[in-house]
Design a protein around this ligand. Structure first.
Ligand SMILES: Nc1ncnc2c1ncn2[C@@H]1O[C@H](COP(=O)(O)OP(=O)(O)OP(=O)(O)O)[C@@H](O)[C@H]1O
Ligand SMILES: [Mg+2]
Length: 260
């Protein structure tokens, strides 16, 4: 992919994520119809929109989960053609999904290392190095404030929503991700857990990451995001900097009553 328009080269270089004219179709359903989306380096972007607007589809087309039918994706200055979420993770994109956050029947540390398991040699075989994985996962999760987990070898199905998000964030920290994507991380959380997750988003930004935060709650994202991108029916609807708006107005924009 050769780009020779100087303005576009600058946009690709200046942003961590640069997506243009993205089209994603599911059979006859056009989920994204020419969407443009960018995330600056170390920027927290609130991705907003009504149910079915295309938010999850957009982040899943960025991280290799969905193939795009048209458009271009650049990540970290390079044309990105991730063919799987693992590809994207290796490039520095850590995602906590709305619907498939963790593998329920696997242990906490296996979820932490998902796809990047540590191995050790035993005779002529390679075995998973469970002990080291448990140690590292425990240390990293403690750093993000996950204090009262029982044991790393327990399965994750008993964890609370906040604890699940913390595993994704701890993973992003440990593996040196550049971008953290959280798809409705607070949808099913208690007030205290929500505060904790939002604080972790702030800390992620402080430690140099960029974050895409999908949410339905304008008040919540307003506290942590630098900019808001609103989708409607699979198209761009608004792109507003925090200093140019307020939560009440954002709600009107999301509902489609104000166009910015
Ligand atoms: N795997 C799929 N197969 C078919 N249609 C899909 C699939 N995933 C999403 N869609 C459709 O694409 C559109 C966008 O869905 P998407 O999940 O991206 O919306 P969303 O903005 O994340 O909504 P929500 O806020 O409810 O999570 C919807 O019409 C949805 O039904
Ligand atoms: Mg969604």
């Amino acid at each position: 992919m050769i780009v020779n328009n100087p303005e576009k080269i600058k946009l690709i270089k200046d942003n961590l994520v640069y997506m243009e004219d993205i089209v994603v179709k599911f059979g006859k359903v056009v989920a994204l119809n020419g969407v443009n989306f960018r995330v600056g380096k170390n920027e927290v972007v609130g991705l907003l929109g009504d149910n079915g607007a295309g938010k999850s589809t957009l982040i899943k087309s960025l991280n290799g989960y969905h193939r795009i039918s048209a458009g271009n994706i650049y990540f970290d200055g390079k044309h990105a053609d991730f063919t799987s979420p693992k590809d994207a993770r290796d490039a520095g994109i850590e995602t906590a999904y709305q619907d498939l956050a963790l593998v329920n029947l696997m242990s906490i540390s296996r979820n932490f290392f998902l796809g990047r398991e540590l191995q050790r040699n035993f005779l002529f075989m390679k075995l998973l190095d469970m002990r080291r994985m448990d140690e590292i996962a425990a240390r990293s999760l403690k750093e993000v404030g996950l204090r009262n987990i029982r044991a790393m070898h327990e399965t994750v199905n008993f964890l609370s929503g906040g604890e699940r998000q913390a595993i994704a964030i701890g993973r992003a920290n440990f593996f040196g991700a550049k971008l953290l994507i959280l798809d409705e991380p607070t949808a099913a959380l208690s007030v205290t857990e929500t505060e904790w997750v939002l604080r972790l988003v702030k800390e992620a930004k402080e430690s140099g990451l960029a974050v895409i935060l999908i949410s339905h709650n304008a008040y919540e994202v307003f506290g942590v995001a630098d900019r808001f991108v609103v989708l409607q029916h699979g198209e761009n609807y608004a792109d507003i900097k925090k200093e140019e708006t307020n939560p009440e107005e954002l709600i009107e924009v999301i509902a489609g009553r104000i166009k910015k």
